[in-house]
Design a protein around this ligand. Structure first.
Ligand SMILES: NC(=O)c1ccc[n+]([C@@H]2O[C@H](COP(=O)([O-])OP(=O)(O)OC[C@H]3O[C@@H](n4cnc5c(N)ncnc54)[C@H](OP(=O)(O)O)[C@@H]3O)[C@@H](O)[C@H]2O)c1
Length: 337
C-alpha cells in the first residue's frame, strides 16, 4: 500500500487520509454507475492509502452500504482493516425513491444503526451522523442517542452534517464531535463566515463534500452533457441554462491557471480546498478509477500564496450563479439559516 498524507478529524476524531472517498455516486444521484468499476474504485482507493470511506444508508436505499460491504469483503485483509467507514442516516425514502423527511428520534437512531451494521457487515461504525437536522427533535437528543451507541461500542465517533454554527455548539456541548460534513468548494464558500470559525473554536474537523461542485468545476463537465433521469444535476440550479454557461466560464478561467501549473482543473479545485486548512478533509466523489487517480494527484499539487490569489481572482468567492441545491432542499439545510 502507498502511504499518503494524513489529517486528524478534530481534536477527538481519528487520523484519516487527507483525501477521503465519497461513495454516493456509486449508487445514486448521478445516474447509473458500473458496479464492478465502483468496487474496483474502492479497492484502488484503499490500495492508494485512502482510509476514510463515506456512505449514507439512504444512498440507493441500502444499495451503497451493500456495495461498500462487498468492496470491503473482497479487499485484502490489511486494506479492509485500515478502512474507516462514515455513515449518514435519518433520511426517509419511499419505494419509488421519493424523499419523505428526516427522522432524528433516539429510537430511530438506534434502529438505523442496527440495519447499517448488518448491511455493512461490520461490528462498529467509525463515524455516525444525522444527514440533515430533524426540526422536530432537539440535536441534543439525536447526539445523545449516538453517544449511547459509542458507549456500547457500536459507533466510534460522532459527526454532524449540514448544520449551522448554533447547532454545532449545542451538539458539542452534548458529546465530543469529530467532524462536520458540509459542502465546501471554490464556488461554495458559505461556511467561511460563521461555521468554519465555530468548528475551529470547538476543535471539530470538516469533511468537505461537493469539492468539485458535483462535477461542475471538474473540468470534465460540458454544457451539452445529457443527464440521466434522476440525476441530481438535472434539478440543481447551478446546472441550468444561463447559470451553467456562466459557471462553465469560471471553469475556463480556472483551467488557464491549472494549465500554467501543469495540473488538471479538478486537481486545482481539490488542492484549493486542501490548502484552506489542515482540519479539512475533502471527500472525493469518484466512481471510476481514472477519476480517483486524477483526484489523488491533487495531494501532489502545492499552491503558494500567489497561486491561491490567482485562483481566487479567476473564481471570486461569490462568483457562482445559482444556489447549491434546489429551493425545496435549501429549506432543509440548518447550515443555510
Ligand atoms: N453530507 C451531505 O449532505 C452530503 C451531500 C452530498 C455528498 N456527500 C458525500 O460527499 C461525497 C462527494 O460528494 P459529491 O459526489 O457531490 O462531490 P464532487 O466530488 O464535487 O462531485 C463528484 C462528481 O464529480 C465528477 N468528477 C469529475 N472528475 C472527477 C474526479 N477527478 N474525481 C472525482 N469526481 C470527479 C464525477 O462525475 P462523473 O462521474 O459524472 O464524471 C463525480 O460524480 C459523496 O460521495 C458523499 O459521500 C455528502
Amino acid at each position: 500500500m502507498t502511504t499518503i498524507q494524513t489529517r486528524t478529524l478534530g481534536t477527538t476524531g481519528p487520523q484519516v487520509s487527507a483525501l477521503a472517498l465519497g461513495c454516493m455516486g456509486m449508487s445514486a444521484l448521478y445516474g447509473d454507475a458500473d458496479r464492478a468499476e465502483s468496487v474496483a474504485t474502492v479497492h484502488a482507493a484503499l490500495e492508494a492509502g485512502v482510509t476514510l470511506l463515506d456512505t449514507g444508508d439512504f444512498y440507493g436505499m441500502g444499495h451503497n452500504e451493500l456495495l461498500l460491504a462487498e468492496a470491503l469483503r473482497t479487499a485484502p485483509a490489511a486494506r479492509r482493516e485500515q478502512a474507516l467507514v462514515s455513515v449518514k442516516f435519518g433520511a426517509l425514502r419511499g419505494p419509488d425513491g421519493s424523499w419523505l423527511g428526516i427522522d432524528g428520534r433516539p429510537e430511530a437512531v438506534k434502529n438505523f444503526a442496527a440495519y447499517s451494521l448488518q448491511r455493512l457487515g461490520v461490528d462498529h461504525i467509525d463515524v455516525y451522523r444525522l444527514a440533515r437536522l430533524d426540526p422536530a427533535v432537539p440535536i441534543e437528543e439525536t447526539v445523545g442517542a449516538i453517544a449511547e451507541l459509542v458507549e456500547q461500542g457500536y459507533v466510534r465517533h460522532i459527526g454532524l452534517s449540514e448544520v449551522g454554527a448554533d447547532t454545532v455548539r449545542r451538539a458539542a456541548a452534548t458529546a465530543p464531535i469529530a467532524d462536520l460534513q458540509i459542502e465546501y468548494a471554490l464556488i461554495t464558500r458559505g461556511i467561511e463566515e460563521k461555521i468554519l470559525p465555530a468548528v475551529r473554536e470547538l476543535g471539530i474537523g470538516i469533511t468537505a463534500y461537493g469539492v468539485l461542485s458535483r462535477g461542475l468545476i471538474s473540468g470534465h463537465f460540458t454544457a451539452d452533457r445529457q443527464l440521466a433521469e434522476g440525476d441530481f444535476r438535472a434539478l440543481s440550479p447551478r446546472f441550468q441554462g444561463e447559470n451553467l454557461q456562466h459557471n462553465l466560464r469560471l471553469v475556463e478561467a480556472l483551467r488557464k491557471i491549472a494549465e500554467q501549473k501543469g495540473v488538471s482543473v479538478a486537481q486545482t479545485a481539490i488542492a484549493w480546498v486542501l490548502a484552506q486548512g489542515e482540519d479539512i478533509v475533502p471527500l472525493i466523489g469518484a466512481r471510476r478509477r481514472d477519476r480517483l487517480t486524477e483526484a489523488l494527484g491533487a495531494l501532489d499539487v502545492t499552491l503558494d500564496a500567489a497561486d491561491l490569489a490567482a485562483i481566487e481572482e479567476a473564481v471570486p468567492a461569490d462568483a457562482a450563479a445559482g444556489e447549491r441545491y434546489p429551493e425545496s432542499q435549501m429549506t432543509h439545510l440548518d447550515s443555510e439559516r
